[in-house]
Every structure is written in C-alpha cells, then in structure tokens.
Write a protein that binds this ligand. Structure first.
Ligand code: ADP
Length: 471
C-alpha cells in the first residue's frame, strides 16, 4: 500500500480539456481501488462550484518569493480519492482553464507555480504522501520547489517524485524575468536546470528533478528521445533514459462502454450489435443526413491542434469527399482549423458535418454512431479516442505513431506510416474496401471490442514503479 499525492491541472469530473483530464479522473481511482491511499491537488476553477466542496483549510498562504498568495483549500471525496482544490479567485476564477479566445492567460507561470507550491503546502499540512506524482508542465515546478527551494525542509525527506509527461509538445515556456516572481533561485536559471534557450521551461525543471519519469505509451517513451519528437528536450531525456519508462493509459470503461453509455441512442455489445445501427441513425439524423443511408461514417473527436493531423485531413478532404462516405467531426481549439473545417462542411454539405464545440455527450455519440474513427496525428503520446473506438466497434484508422501504434494492429484497425495525405487516403480506401465485406468487417469490429485496455493493469504498473522508488 502506497500513499500518493497527484498534482495536475485537470481531472474528471472537475475540469477537462483533453486526455489529461480523463487520466486524472481514472488513474487515482484505479489505484485507490487496489488499496493505495491517493489524493489529488487541482486548482479550483470557476467551472467547479464551491457548493459541492468542503473547506478543509482556511487562509493558506502560498509564498512565491516575497509574495503570499492567499488561498483556501477545499476537498471532496471522489471514487475513493480525496481531491484537494486550491481556491485562489484572482488566479483561477476565470472562464477557461488555460486561456480564453485562443490565447493563453498571460499569468499562467504564476497560476501554475501556485499550484505546484500549493501542493507542497498541502503535503506539509493536510496529506503527507510517500510519492508525489506530478503531471505535465503545469505541475512540474513541484520538482524545483521540493528539491531546491525547500531542500532543507525535513517534511520532504524521503518523499519520492514522479513526473508523467502526457504531451511533450507543451512545456510551459516563459520569459526569464518571471524567475523572481515565482520565487525560484536564479541559480536554477542554467541549461542544466530550468533554462531553455533563454527562457524558463517548467517541464524541463520537472524532468531534471524527478526520481522517475514516465510517459503514456512505450512507443512515445522511445520517440521523445529522438530529435524528431523531442521538442528540443530529447538530449535531456536521453540523459535521463535510465529512469524514463512508458506506461500506457487505460480507458475508463465506467464512462466509455456501449453497454452502459447513457449518452447514446441504444446500448450494444460485441454479442449483440443491433443497437449500433440505432446509434448510427441517431448520429446521421443529428448531422442532418439521411438516417437510413448505409454509407460508412468516419468520425473524429479531437482538440483542433496541428499535432492532430488536421493539415493532412484538409489536404485529403477533396478526395475523401468524393468517396462514398460521411465525415463527422467534433472539435474545438485552434481558430485556424476551426475556420478550415467550417469551410469544408460548407463546401460538402452532403458528406461532411462539423461541430465546433467541446461537447462530451456528442463525443460519445460520434464514438458509437461512426463505423470508423480517424486519427491522423503527427504525434500522439497515447491517444484515448482510438481505445474508446475499439470498445465501441468503431474501427480506428490511425497514423502509426506513439500510443496509436501501440494500441491498434492490423487485426483491429488500419494504420499508415507516412505523414502524408496520400498515405492517409490509401488507409481510408483500405478500410472502405474491407467495409464492403460485411463479414470481415464485423469480425474486425468484434476483435476490437474484445480488447481490454482497462486501467487496472496500468495502475499496477504505476504501483510497481512507486514500490521500486521506495526500495
Ligand atoms: P489529447 O489529450 O491530446 O487531447 P486524447 O486522445 O488523449 O487527446 O484525449 C482526448 C480526450 O478529450 C477524449 O476523452 C476526447 O473524447 C476528449 N475530447 C477532445 N476533443 C473534444 C471535444 N471537442 N468535445 C468533447 N470531448 C473532446
């Protein structure tokens, strides 16, 4: 039994912008179910109503250098996990998690420094763990604060530090002048600590000070040590490769399971697929298409970011639209891709439907109502939607990178290696050809539906890692 404190910027059901939120909703609960004592620290954003929470610490001062941020700490027990929420209205009582209108908040360095430093105050006063497990750049300053700023504080002796990188493309880069504002010693502004080409790099600080580093698939753990996927940190990651491992994310089947999903038109399973047809009809109708049409539906649910391969999709779009299919896309993010996708739908109203929104219910409908699920990512640390798709009998078509490569094989889906529109089209055409062979298609669906990527196994890998660290 290990006592673990998770630190992150999002977790279901409190706040979510992508896969990080799914993971922080499910992994702590899976560990708790295995008998570990787990707590999580999050910011108390505006979207998390105070009425649902209990105040557990009043007027906690979080010091960054000479400034004290006045906070209160709230908590709630969620699936066996105590979730601490740091309430600091000037920093977190805002419309978005990280920004608004496509721009990051200008004070994100301070916002997430307070999260990291605040987590250590929680360790001092409310929950003393054996392991502090930080996630992504927003929590990465826990390392420098714990091992440098507070190195002489006996509270932290013996606590081991784990950093999980969910996406190396986001590092938390800020101008050098924020160092004193964050209460970080200028000695840390060195290339072997937080400096990164003249800027402060939060994630780098996390990587330097962690006792163990994990990322969310084995393939991605290898890839980030190469210049192509390393985002400038591949050298450091190679230097730390002895403590770097990949642990695949699981799927939270309590949320993503066509046998129980409350968001979809009908329930179904590998044994009884009849309900899937009803889900397809429902999706087609919602998109304004003929519900009785048997053309295959290709679904996509994604943050709209360059990483996700939307440039390829846009390049392939004209050719795709000429095929006998429907394309249904749910996404939000980069205004540039939002515009391009809106245009695409306007140009092909009989084939392409686009919903620009963050809409969890519709995401479930796309998973259930589509025949195929497309993820042409440039890189993909793990990817969750292809794992959900497998369970929903929605055959994934993916670029063979990172977690997509680790979770989809030729028995359960279609892969392409080259990052090109030609390769994407070729994979889609292979899928369309198989789709016409109803028996082969159904066999492929069922093989995917029977795959088990539940959190239990992944949580055991984390627990084993904690045990190794604690000796
Ligand atoms: P990433 O973390 O890079 O965004 P993942 O595949 O790991 O990608 O996780 C994405 C998660 O966010 C999934 O649960 C997916 O359903 C959800 N998601 C992404 N975009 C949307 C959207 N526009 N509406 C609803 N859910 C979304």
């Amino acid at each position: 039994m290990t006592k673990v404190l998770m630190v992150a910027s999002e977790a279901e059901p409190f706040a979510k912008s992508g896969g990080l939120g799914d993971v922080l909703g499910a992994l702590p609960a899976a560990l708790a179910a295995q008998g570990h004592i787990v707590a999580t620290v999050l910011p108390r954003y505006r979207c998390i109503p105070l009425a649902d929470l209990k105040r557990v610490y009043e007027n906690l001062a979080i010091w960054l250098g000479g400034t004290a941020w006045r906070t209160d700490v709230y908590s709630r027990l969620e699936r066996g996990v105590e979730v601490f929420l740091i309430d600091c209205p000037p920093l977190y009582d805002r419309e978005g998690l990280y920004g608004a209108g496509g721009d990051d908040y200008p004070d994100n360095a301070v916002r997430f420094a307070v999260l990291a430093r605040g987590a250590l105050e929680i360790v001092r006063r409310l929950f003393r763990p054996q392991i502090v497990h930080c996630h992504d750049w927003q929590a990465a300053l826990v390392g420098p604060y714990m091992r440098h700023t507070l190195a002489l504080d006996p509270t932290f002796l013996g606590i081991r530090l784990v950093l999980t990188i969910h996406n190396l493309g986001y590092q938390g880069l800020f101008p050098a002048k924020v160092m004193p504002e964050l209460g970080l010693d200028k000695k840390l502004f060195q290339p072997d600590a937080l400096e990164f080409w003249g800027q402060v790099n939060f994630l780098k600080g996390g990587i330097v000070f962690a006792d163990a580093i994990t990322t969310v698939s084995r393939a991605y753990a290898r890839e980030i040590q190469t210049p192509e996927f390393g985002h400038g940190l591949d050298g450091l990651l190679r230097a730390r490769s002895a403590v770097l491992t990949g642990i695949l994310n699981g799927a939270d089947y309590s949320q993503w399971n066509p046998e129980t999903d409350p968001f979809i038109a009908a329930r179904y399973s590998a044994e009884d697929l009849a309900g899937k047809r009803a889900c397809k009809r429902d999706l087609l109708a919602e998109c304004g298409f003929d519900p009785d049409d048997d053309r295959p539906v290709i679904g996509m649910v994604s943050r709209l970011a360059a990483q996700k391969g939307f440039d390829l999709l846009c390049e392939a779009a004209e050719d795709l639209a000429r095929e006998n299919l429907y394309l249904v896309i749910l996404g939000a993010g980069d205004p540039y891709y939002e515009d391009r996708l809106r245009h695409l739908a306007a140009e092909h109203p009989r084939t392409v439907a686009v919903r620009i929104a963050f809409d969890n219910g519709f995401a479930h409908k796309v998973e259930a109502g589509s025949d195929m699920f497309l993820m042409p990512s440039r890189y993909e640390p793990c990817g969750l939607n292809q794992i959900y798709s497998l369970r929903y009998g929605t055959v994934p078509i993916v670029r063979a990178t990172g977690g997509l490569d680790d979770t989809v094989d030729e028995m359960t889906g279609f892969k392409f290696a080259d990052y090109s529109a030609t390769a994407l089209l070729e994979a889609v055409r292979r899928a369309l050809a198989t789709y016409r062979d109803r028996e082969a298609w159904q066999a492929m669906m069922v093989r995917g539906m029977k795959k088990d990527y539940s959190w239990d196994a992944s949580a055991r890998e984390y627990a084993a890692l904690y045990q190794r660290l604690l000796g």
